[in-house]
Design a protein around this ligand. Sequence first.
Ligand code: ZN
Length: 258
Amino acid sequence: MSVEFIDSHCHLDFLPFAGNESYYLQKAQEKGVTKFIVPSVNKSNWARVVSLSQQHSSIYYALGIHPLFISDDYQNEIDLLKQSLQEHRDKCVAIGECGLDFWDPDCDRDAQIYVFREQCLLAKQYQLPLIIHSRKSHDHVLKRLREIKLEKGGVIHGFSGSLQQANQFIELGFYIGVGGVISYERAKKTKMVVSQLPLDKILLETDAPDMPLFGFQGQKNTPDKVRKVCEYLALIRKESMQTISETVYKNTTSLFGI
Ligand SMILES: [Zn+2]
């Protein structure tokens, strides 16, 4: 049985991988993980994700501003993002990661919403999908996505909302990103949700180096684990690895145009 996977969300440019990317790519390829989408968090790592994609044919990247990495001078950063998008078109497959994170009650919601909206507009202008980070903010994200209708849709990465919210995102043309959280016994709600989603709306991801799977707590997460995420999903959905990997692979290549 040959199965092939794409890690639709991993931060291979982050420090734990620095200098050893080839090793982790090789390790992942041995598990059938053959392509990698590396989102960025703000201008500090745009050049790094671009350069990784130039060194490795299997790596694609996204340019964006993460809601938890917004600088005080965010208008300037948005202008720089526009410039970067103009310069880098080849393997840039999305805008992201961007979105809203209202976990911290003291966060600057207005700034986050402004920066997110600007990136939605860029996604529309450049006909790119969005990679969205949304925590304690699904309804706010939905509101903005309804205001700015995006033809290319995107993915809600590391989704942990309700089935109803997932379906609302799907109606707007979005995929649901499923990661290692489903390996935990306590993630009952998320497991129920992923058991009921249409398979053709699911992407798989690790969010490496974050979000280690059950049994690997305290270690850095790595992109080869996307295969394990698929194993858990197969158990939860009572479907074969083959069925899931084939459909999800197609979902991912069609969303990102790769
Ligand atoms: Zn991420």
